[in-house]
Design a protein around this ligand. Structure first.
Ligand SMILES: [Zn+2]
Length: 185
């Protein structure tokens, strides 16, 4: 990491769940390789005393984003299942703020901000900058970063701590995040 965490920062870990890792229902290629990168960031955040947030897809059984319901994805991250659990090696500390999304049957949420109320949670804690990593770079990380920028937060995208579903789309979305104002580190 080229820059260090400072007071006013938060670490935002997006959807590092079993179903998005190799062997999962909606595996992101090399998805599990974000874990050691993010674990180092977690340690640094703990050392600096900055808040850590972890989002998770937390779908009902017949969620509208699933193919059987006409959605684009195979069934994944059904709440309370092993697939929806965080990757077992992800070193989430006690006190991590967990944000669950995609909980309504008829609505999908890629972004960890927006209707989850996370923006208010951050503002209440005077957080102005988010360090973002997780899965997938071209879907939920992208949506989260774009929403964060729209809500006025600064964003550092930890590129090595993310992986895309589709490599070309990853390149495209990283360029889009950068031109929207995210710092890519
Ligand atoms: Zn989902």
């Amino acid at each position: 990491m080229s820059r260090r965490f400072e007071i006013g920062d938060a670490l935002m870990i997006v959807d590092v769940q079993n179903d998005f890792c190799p062997g999962g229902a909606l595996a992101v290629p090399e998805g599990d390789q974000v874990v050691p990168v993010i674990n180092r960031a977690i340690q640094e955040a703990l050392d600096k005393g900055i808040p850590i947030i972890a989002s998770r897809d937390w779908h009902p059984e017949h969620h509208c984003s699933f193919e059987g319901q006409g959605g684009p994805w195979p069934p994944h991250c059904i709440r309370h299942t092993e697939g929806a659990a965080f990757h077992p090696e992800l070193a989430l500390p006690e006190g991590v703020h967990i944000v669950s999304k995609g909980q309504s049957q008829d609505k999908d949420e890629y972004s960890a901000l927006g209707v989850t109320g996370l923006g208010d949670w951050l503002r209440q804690r005077e957080i102005s900058r988010l360090w973002v990593g997780g899965l997938a770079q071209d879907v939920c990380v992208h949506a989260t970063v774009m929403d964060a920028l729209k809500e006025g937060f600064e964003v550092c995208l930890m590129r090595e701590g993310t992986r895309p579903v589709q490599p070309e789309k990853g390149i495209e979305t990283v360029a889009e995040m950068r031109s929207a104002g995210a710092e890519v580190v």
